[in-house]
Ligand binder design. Structure first.
Ligand code: MG
Length: 413
Protein backbone atom coordinates (compact mmCIF):
# COMPACT_ATOMS: atom_id res chain seq x y z
CA UNK A 1 0.00 0.00 0.00
CA UNK A 2 1.28 3.47 -0.86
CA UNK A 3 2.19 5.84 1.92
CA UNK A 4 4.22 8.99 2.56
CA UNK A 5 7.83 8.91 3.68
CA UNK A 6 8.43 12.45 4.80
CA UNK A 7 11.05 14.75 6.26
CA UNK A 8 10.19 18.20 7.53
CA UNK A 9 11.41 21.42 9.04
CA UNK A 10 9.65 24.43 10.53
CA UNK A 11 11.96 27.26 11.47
CA UNK A 12 11.41 30.82 12.68
CA UNK A 13 13.94 32.20 10.23
CA UNK A 14 16.38 35.00 10.92
CA UNK A 15 14.11 38.05 11.19
CA UNK A 16 10.76 37.13 12.71
CA UNK A 17 10.39 36.77 16.46
CA UNK A 18 7.92 33.91 16.38
CA UNK A 19 7.05 31.04 14.10
CA UNK A 20 3.51 31.34 12.78
CA UNK A 21 3.82 28.36 10.45
CA UNK A 22 2.53 24.93 11.43
CA UNK A 23 2.78 21.55 9.79
CA UNK A 24 1.31 18.08 9.98
CA UNK A 25 2.53 14.75 8.64
CA UNK A 26 0.48 11.59 8.93
CA UNK A 27 0.89 8.33 7.04
CA UNK A 28 -1.23 9.58 4.14
CA UNK A 29 -1.43 13.32 4.69
CA UNK A 30 0.99 16.25 4.72
CA UNK A 31 -0.11 19.82 5.49
CA UNK A 32 1.62 23.19 5.74
CA UNK A 33 -0.16 26.27 7.15
CA UNK A 34 1.23 29.80 7.32
CA UNK A 35 -0.65 31.90 9.83
CA UNK A 36 -1.14 35.66 9.79
CA UNK A 37 -2.52 38.16 12.23
CA UNK A 38 -1.26 40.22 15.11
CA UNK A 39 -0.87 39.28 18.76
CA UNK A 40 -0.80 35.48 18.82
CA UNK A 41 -3.23 35.35 15.90
CA UNK A 42 -1.00 33.86 13.22
CA UNK A 43 0.36 31.10 15.39
CA UNK A 44 -3.06 30.20 16.70
CA UNK A 45 -4.73 30.25 13.27
CA UNK A 46 -2.24 27.88 11.65
CA UNK A 47 -2.25 25.54 14.64
CA UNK A 48 -6.05 25.45 14.87
CA UNK A 49 -6.23 24.63 11.16
CA UNK A 50 -3.61 21.87 11.48
CA UNK A 51 -5.32 20.35 14.53
CA UNK A 52 -8.63 20.38 12.70
CA UNK A 53 -7.08 18.64 9.68
CA UNK A 54 -5.50 15.96 11.88
CA UNK A 55 -8.80 15.34 13.63
CA UNK A 56 -11.00 15.25 10.54
CA UNK A 57 -8.76 13.27 8.18
CA UNK A 58 -10.26 10.00 6.97
CA UNK A 59 -8.42 9.66 3.69
CA UNK A 60 -11.39 8.35 1.78
CA UNK A 61 -11.72 10.86 -1.06
CA UNK A 62 -10.48 14.11 -2.53
CA UNK A 63 -13.85 15.69 -1.78
CA UNK A 64 -13.39 14.74 1.87
CA UNK A 65 -10.05 16.53 1.85
CA UNK A 66 -11.73 19.69 0.57
CA UNK A 67 -14.40 19.30 3.23
CA UNK A 68 -11.67 18.94 5.88
CA UNK A 69 -10.17 22.25 4.74
CA UNK A 70 -13.57 23.92 4.94
CA UNK A 71 -14.02 22.53 8.44
CA UNK A 72 -10.60 23.91 9.37
CA UNK A 73 -11.80 27.30 8.11
CA UNK A 74 -14.82 27.08 10.44
CA UNK A 75 -12.59 26.16 13.39
CA UNK A 76 -10.36 29.19 12.81
CA UNK A 77 -13.38 31.50 12.62
CA UNK A 78 -14.93 29.98 15.77
CA UNK A 79 -11.68 30.48 17.67
CA UNK A 80 -11.42 34.12 16.55
CA UNK A 81 -15.06 34.70 17.57
CA UNK A 82 -14.34 33.21 21.00
CA UNK A 83 -11.23 35.32 21.62
CA UNK A 84 -11.60 38.95 20.53
CA UNK A 85 -7.86 39.61 20.55
CA UNK A 86 -7.53 37.00 17.80
CA UNK A 87 -9.96 38.83 15.50
CA UNK A 88 -8.66 39.09 11.96
CA UNK A 89 -6.34 36.11 12.16
CA UNK A 90 -6.09 33.80 9.20
CA UNK A 91 -3.94 31.12 7.69
CA UNK A 92 -2.96 29.62 4.39
CA UNK A 93 -3.20 25.86 4.04
CA UNK A 94 -1.80 23.45 1.51
CA UNK A 95 -2.46 19.72 1.87
CA UNK A 96 -1.28 16.67 -0.04
CA UNK A 97 -3.38 13.64 0.79
CA UNK A 98 -3.30 10.05 -0.43
CA UNK A 99 -6.90 9.07 -0.94
CA UNK A 100 -8.76 5.98 -2.09
CA UNK A 101 -11.38 3.47 -1.11
CA UNK A 102 -11.10 -0.09 0.19
CA UNK A 103 -7.91 -1.09 -1.66
CA UNK A 104 -5.88 1.76 -0.20
CA UNK A 105 -4.86 5.05 -1.72
CA UNK A 106 -4.62 5.35 -5.49
CA UNK A 107 -4.87 9.11 -5.85
CA UNK A 108 -2.89 12.13 -4.72
CA UNK A 109 -5.22 14.99 -3.83
CA UNK A 110 -3.76 18.47 -3.48
CA UNK A 111 -5.89 21.09 -1.75
CA UNK A 112 -4.86 24.72 -1.47
CA UNK A 113 -5.93 28.06 -0.03
CA UNK A 114 -3.43 30.94 0.01
CA UNK A 115 0.17 31.18 -1.09
CA UNK A 116 1.80 28.15 0.49
CA UNK A 117 2.76 25.75 -2.26
CA UNK A 118 2.86 22.12 -3.33
CA UNK A 119 5.39 21.05 -5.93
CA UNK A 120 6.12 17.80 -7.72
CA UNK A 121 9.74 17.00 -8.56
CA UNK A 122 9.97 16.17 -12.27
CA UNK A 123 12.91 15.44 -14.60
CA UNK A 124 13.63 19.02 -15.52
CA UNK A 125 12.85 20.72 -12.22
CA UNK A 126 9.82 21.50 -10.11
CA UNK A 127 6.23 21.50 -11.28
CA UNK A 128 4.13 23.82 -9.12
CA UNK A 129 0.86 22.02 -8.49
CA UNK A 130 -0.88 24.89 -6.72
CA UNK A 131 -1.78 28.39 -7.86
CA UNK A 132 -0.95 31.11 -5.33
CA UNK A 133 -3.92 33.11 -4.10
CA UNK A 134 -1.87 36.25 -3.79
CA UNK A 135 -1.88 39.82 -4.98
CA UNK A 136 1.26 39.36 -7.07
CA UNK A 137 -0.06 36.19 -8.73
CA UNK A 138 -3.07 38.25 -9.88
CA UNK A 139 -0.74 40.93 -11.22
CA UNK A 140 1.36 38.32 -13.07
CA UNK A 141 -1.71 36.68 -14.57
CA UNK A 142 -3.12 39.98 -15.77
CA UNK A 143 0.23 40.72 -17.41
CA UNK A 144 1.05 43.74 -15.27
CA UNK A 145 4.27 42.36 -13.80
CA UNK A 146 6.61 39.52 -14.68
CA UNK A 147 7.36 36.42 -12.58
CA UNK A 148 10.75 37.90 -11.70
CA UNK A 149 9.17 41.18 -10.61
CA UNK A 150 6.71 39.24 -8.46
CA UNK A 151 9.62 37.72 -6.51
CA UNK A 152 10.72 41.13 -5.26
CA UNK A 153 7.36 42.94 -5.26
CA UNK A 154 6.85 44.82 -1.96
CA UNK A 155 3.38 43.33 -1.63
CA UNK A 156 4.31 39.76 -2.42
CA UNK A 157 3.11 38.63 1.00
CA UNK A 158 -0.49 39.77 0.54
CA UNK A 159 -2.73 36.76 0.19
CA UNK A 160 -6.11 37.05 -1.44
CA UNK A 161 -7.58 33.87 -0.01
CA UNK A 162 -7.09 32.45 3.45
CA UNK A 163 -8.81 30.38 6.10
CA UNK A 164 -10.47 32.36 8.87
CA UNK A 165 -11.69 35.29 6.78
CA UNK A 166 -15.13 34.21 5.61
CA UNK A 167 -17.51 31.40 6.57
CA UNK A 168 -17.26 30.02 3.05
CA UNK A 169 -13.91 29.47 1.42
CA UNK A 170 -13.03 28.31 -2.08
CA UNK A 171 -10.56 25.46 -1.99
CA UNK A 172 -8.50 24.61 -5.06
CA UNK A 173 -8.26 20.88 -5.66
CA UNK A 174 -6.02 18.89 -7.95
CA UNK A 175 -6.01 15.13 -8.32
CA UNK A 176 -3.42 12.88 -9.93
CA UNK A 177 -2.65 9.17 -9.80
CA UNK A 178 -0.42 8.15 -6.89
CA UNK A 179 2.84 6.77 -8.27
CA UNK A 180 5.49 5.19 -6.08
CA UNK A 181 8.77 7.07 -6.41
CA UNK A 182 7.29 10.52 -6.84
CA UNK A 183 8.59 13.26 -4.57
CA UNK A 184 6.43 16.17 -3.38
CA UNK A 185 7.45 19.38 -1.67
CA UNK A 186 5.08 21.46 0.46
CA UNK A 187 6.31 24.80 1.69
CA UNK A 188 5.39 28.18 3.08
CA UNK A 189 6.38 31.34 1.22
CA UNK A 190 9.34 31.72 3.57
CA UNK A 191 11.02 29.06 1.43
CA UNK A 192 9.66 29.88 -2.03
CA UNK A 193 10.40 33.61 -1.67
CA UNK A 194 14.02 32.99 -0.65
CA UNK A 195 15.14 29.99 -2.69
CA UNK A 196 14.72 29.94 -6.48
CA UNK A 197 12.92 26.89 -7.85
CA UNK A 198 15.90 25.49 -9.81
CA UNK A 199 17.92 25.49 -6.59
CA UNK A 200 15.10 23.80 -4.67
CA UNK A 201 14.91 21.18 -7.43
CA UNK A 202 18.64 20.49 -7.31
CA UNK A 203 18.48 19.98 -3.53
CA UNK A 204 15.53 17.59 -3.91
CA UNK A 205 17.52 15.60 -6.48
CA UNK A 206 20.75 15.61 -4.48
CA UNK A 207 19.43 14.32 -1.14
CA UNK A 208 17.80 10.92 -1.14
CA UNK A 209 16.65 11.24 2.47
CA UNK A 210 13.57 13.50 2.73
CA UNK A 211 14.71 14.84 6.12
CA UNK A 212 18.12 15.82 4.76
CA UNK A 213 16.53 17.53 1.76
CA UNK A 214 14.13 19.45 4.03
CA UNK A 215 16.95 20.53 6.34
CA UNK A 216 19.06 21.71 3.42
CA UNK A 217 16.15 23.72 1.94
CA UNK A 218 15.57 25.47 5.28
CA UNK A 219 19.28 26.10 5.67
CA UNK A 220 19.38 27.74 2.22
CA UNK A 221 16.35 29.93 3.01
CA UNK A 222 18.09 31.15 6.16
CA UNK A 223 21.38 31.63 4.38
CA UNK A 224 19.65 33.79 1.78
CA UNK A 225 17.98 36.04 4.33
CA UNK A 226 15.48 33.98 6.30
CA UNK A 227 13.11 36.96 6.27
CA UNK A 228 10.04 34.86 7.02
CA UNK A 229 9.22 31.66 8.84
CA UNK A 230 10.41 28.71 6.78
CA UNK A 231 8.45 25.49 6.68
CA UNK A 232 8.83 22.60 4.29
CA UNK A 233 7.83 18.99 4.01
CA UNK A 234 9.58 16.68 1.54
CA UNK A 235 7.31 13.68 0.99
CA UNK A 236 8.12 10.61 -1.08
CA UNK A 237 5.47 8.13 -2.18
CA UNK A 238 6.66 4.72 -1.04
CA UNK A 239 5.15 1.31 -1.51
CA UNK A 240 5.93 -0.38 1.78
CA UNK A 241 3.52 0.76 4.44
CA UNK A 242 5.10 -1.56 6.99
CA UNK A 243 8.61 -0.34 6.38
CA UNK A 244 8.44 1.48 9.68
CA UNK A 245 12.13 1.80 10.27
CA UNK A 246 12.80 3.31 6.88
CA UNK A 247 10.03 5.83 7.24
CA UNK A 248 10.91 6.76 10.77
CA UNK A 249 14.52 7.43 9.86
CA UNK A 250 13.32 10.04 7.42
CA UNK A 251 11.34 11.89 10.03
CA UNK A 252 13.84 14.13 11.69
CA UNK A 253 11.71 17.01 12.82
CA UNK A 254 14.24 19.76 13.21
CA UNK A 255 17.04 21.02 11.08
CA UNK A 256 19.74 20.00 13.51
CA UNK A 257 23.08 21.35 12.52
CA UNK A 258 22.11 24.25 10.37
CA UNK A 259 23.28 27.63 11.45
CA UNK A 260 20.79 30.02 12.90
CA UNK A 261 18.26 27.36 13.74
CA UNK A 262 19.04 26.45 17.32
CA UNK A 263 16.27 26.96 19.80
CA UNK A 264 14.02 28.60 17.20
CA UNK A 265 13.40 25.31 15.51
CA UNK A 266 10.23 23.74 16.70
CA UNK A 267 10.23 20.15 17.79
CA UNK A 268 7.02 18.32 17.22
CA UNK A 269 5.79 15.85 19.77
CA UNK A 270 3.30 13.05 19.47
CA UNK A 271 0.23 12.70 21.59
CA UNK A 272 -1.49 9.90 19.72
CA UNK A 273 -2.05 8.93 16.14
CA UNK A 274 0.11 7.35 13.52
CA UNK A 275 2.71 4.69 13.82
CA UNK A 276 5.88 6.68 13.74
CA UNK A 277 8.91 6.08 15.85
CA UNK A 278 12.16 7.98 15.94
CA UNK A 279 15.23 5.73 16.06
CA UNK A 280 17.13 6.12 19.33
CA UNK A 281 20.62 6.73 18.06
CA UNK A 282 21.14 9.21 20.88
CA UNK A 283 20.83 8.44 24.56
CA UNK A 284 17.26 9.64 24.52
CA UNK A 285 14.68 6.93 24.93
CA UNK A 286 12.57 6.49 21.83
CA UNK A 287 9.32 8.35 22.00
CA UNK A 288 6.43 8.44 19.62
CA UNK A 289 5.79 11.71 17.88
CA UNK A 290 3.07 13.31 15.88
CA UNK A 291 4.25 16.05 13.65
CA UNK A 292 1.90 18.95 13.85
CA UNK A 293 1.43 19.88 17.47
CA UNK A 294 4.15 22.17 18.66
CA UNK A 295 4.35 21.29 22.31
CA UNK A 296 7.87 22.40 23.04
CA UNK A 297 10.79 24.13 21.47
CA UNK A 298 14.23 22.60 21.56
CA UNK A 299 16.23 23.69 24.56
CA UNK A 300 19.99 24.22 24.79
CA UNK A 301 21.94 21.28 26.18
CA UNK A 302 21.78 21.17 29.97
CA UNK A 303 25.34 19.80 30.23
CA UNK A 304 26.95 23.18 29.94
CA UNK A 305 24.19 25.12 31.57
CA UNK A 306 25.19 27.31 34.51
CA UNK A 307 22.62 29.50 36.17
CA UNK A 308 23.36 33.17 35.54
CA UNK A 309 23.99 35.33 38.59
CA UNK A 310 21.05 37.58 39.20
CA UNK A 311 21.34 40.99 40.81
CA UNK A 312 18.60 43.54 41.37
CA UNK A 313 20.34 45.63 38.73
CA UNK A 314 20.16 42.92 36.06
CA UNK A 315 16.58 42.16 37.08
CA UNK A 316 15.58 45.81 36.74
CA UNK A 317 17.37 46.08 33.43
CA UNK A 318 15.71 42.88 32.16
CA UNK A 319 12.33 44.14 33.35
CA UNK A 320 12.79 47.45 31.58
CA UNK A 321 13.81 45.67 28.38
CA UNK A 322 10.75 43.45 28.62
CA UNK A 323 8.44 46.44 29.03
CA UNK A 324 10.04 48.17 26.04
CA UNK A 325 9.69 44.98 23.95
CA UNK A 326 6.05 44.50 24.94
CA UNK A 327 5.19 48.11 24.18
CA UNK A 328 6.98 47.82 20.83
CA UNK A 329 5.16 44.60 19.93
CA UNK A 330 1.79 45.96 21.03
CA UNK A 331 2.40 49.23 19.21
CA UNK A 332 3.48 47.44 16.04
CA UNK A 333 0.43 45.20 16.13
CA UNK A 334 -1.88 48.16 16.64
CA UNK A 335 -0.17 50.16 13.91
CA UNK A 336 -0.17 47.26 11.45
CA UNK A 337 -3.91 46.67 11.78
CA UNK A 338 -5.09 50.25 12.24
CA UNK A 339 -5.08 51.37 8.60
CA UNK A 340 -7.39 50.78 5.65
CA UNK A 341 -6.71 50.97 1.95
CA UNK A 342 -8.16 50.01 -1.40
CA UNK A 343 -6.05 47.66 -3.50
CA UNK A 344 -6.26 44.77 -5.89
CA UNK A 345 -7.13 41.19 -5.05
CA UNK A 346 -6.49 39.01 -8.08
CA UNK A 347 -8.31 40.88 -10.85
CA UNK A 348 -10.71 42.66 -8.51
CA UNK A 349 -10.61 45.83 -6.50
CA UNK A 350 -10.89 45.11 -2.78
CA UNK A 351 -10.95 46.80 0.59
CA UNK A 352 -7.98 45.86 2.81
CA UNK A 353 -7.43 46.30 6.51
CA UNK A 354 -3.81 46.84 7.47
CA UNK A 355 -0.86 48.59 5.93
CA UNK A 356 0.05 48.19 2.26
CA UNK A 357 2.84 45.63 2.08
CA UNK A 358 2.27 44.63 5.70
CA UNK A 359 4.26 45.51 8.77
CA UNK A 360 6.81 42.94 9.95
CA UNK A 361 4.83 39.70 10.33
CA UNK A 362 1.40 41.31 10.03
CA UNK A 363 -0.01 41.23 6.52
CA UNK A 364 -3.06 43.17 5.43
CA UNK A 365 -6.25 41.18 4.96
CA UNK A 366 -9.03 41.48 2.42
CA UNK A 367 -12.06 42.79 4.28
CA UNK A 368 -14.42 43.14 1.37
CA UNK A 369 -14.25 42.28 -2.31
CA UNK A 370 -15.81 44.82 -4.62
CA UNK A 371 -17.40 43.70 -7.89
CA UNK A 372 -15.14 46.12 -9.78
CA UNK A 373 -12.50 44.61 -12.04
CA UNK A 374 -9.18 46.43 -12.00
CA UNK A 375 -8.95 46.21 -15.78
CA UNK A 376 -12.27 48.04 -16.14
CA UNK A 377 -11.01 51.11 -14.29
CA UNK A 378 -9.90 54.16 -16.21
CA UNK A 379 -6.11 54.68 -16.25
CA UNK A 380 -6.63 57.54 -13.84
CA UNK A 381 -8.56 55.34 -11.43
CA UNK A 382 -6.01 52.55 -11.78
CA UNK A 383 -3.37 55.01 -10.73
CA UNK A 384 -5.40 56.01 -7.69
CA UNK A 385 -5.83 52.35 -6.71
CA UNK A 386 -2.14 51.62 -7.37
CA UNK A 387 -1.26 54.47 -5.03
CA UNK A 388 -2.85 52.48 -2.18
CA UNK A 389 -3.71 55.61 -0.28
CA UNK A 390 -4.11 54.82 3.40
CA UNK A 391 -7.18 55.77 5.43
CA UNK A 392 -7.54 55.80 9.17
CA UNK A 393 -11.13 54.55 9.17
CA UNK A 394 -13.05 51.96 7.21
CA UNK A 395 -15.68 54.56 6.31
CA UNK A 396 -13.12 56.72 4.52
CA UNK A 397 -11.79 53.75 2.60
CA UNK A 398 -15.35 52.68 1.69
CA UNK A 399 -16.02 56.20 0.45
CA UNK A 400 -12.96 56.04 -1.76
CA UNK A 401 -14.11 52.65 -3.07
CA UNK A 402 -17.64 53.98 -3.66
CA UNK A 403 -16.08 56.79 -5.72
CA UNK A 404 -14.74 54.13 -8.08
CA UNK A 405 -18.12 52.38 -8.06
CA UNK A 406 -19.89 55.57 -9.20
CA UNK A 407 -18.12 55.58 -12.50
CA UNK A 408 -18.36 51.81 -12.90
CA UNK A 409 -21.85 51.02 -11.87
CA UNK A 410 -22.30 47.29 -11.96
CA UNK A 411 -23.71 44.74 -9.63
CA UNK A 412 -22.29 41.48 -8.49
CA UNK A 413 -23.44 38.74 -10.86
MG1 MG B 1 5.02 33.20 5.36
Amino acid sequence: MISLRAGMVSDTGRVRAINQDSLLVLEHLAVVADGMGGHRGGEVASQVAIDSMAEAWMGSSADDLVENVQTANQRVIERADAEPELQGMGTTLVAVGLVGDGDGPQTVAVANVGDSRAYLLVDDGLEQLTVDHSLVEGLVRSGRITRDEALVHPQRSIVTRALGIDTSVDVDLLERPALVGERFLLCSDGLSNEVPEPLMASVLKRFAEPAEAAAELARLANERGGRDNVTCIVADLVGEADDLEARASAMVPDAAGFEGAGPDTIEYSLTDGPLVEIPDDEDDPPRPRRFGRALSTAQPSTDEYRPPRLTWRSLAFGGALLVVALVAIGGTGWYARSGWFVGVDGDQVALFQGRPGGVLWIDPTVERMSPILYNDLTPDEQQRVDGEQEFSTREEAEEFLAGLGDTHDRSDP
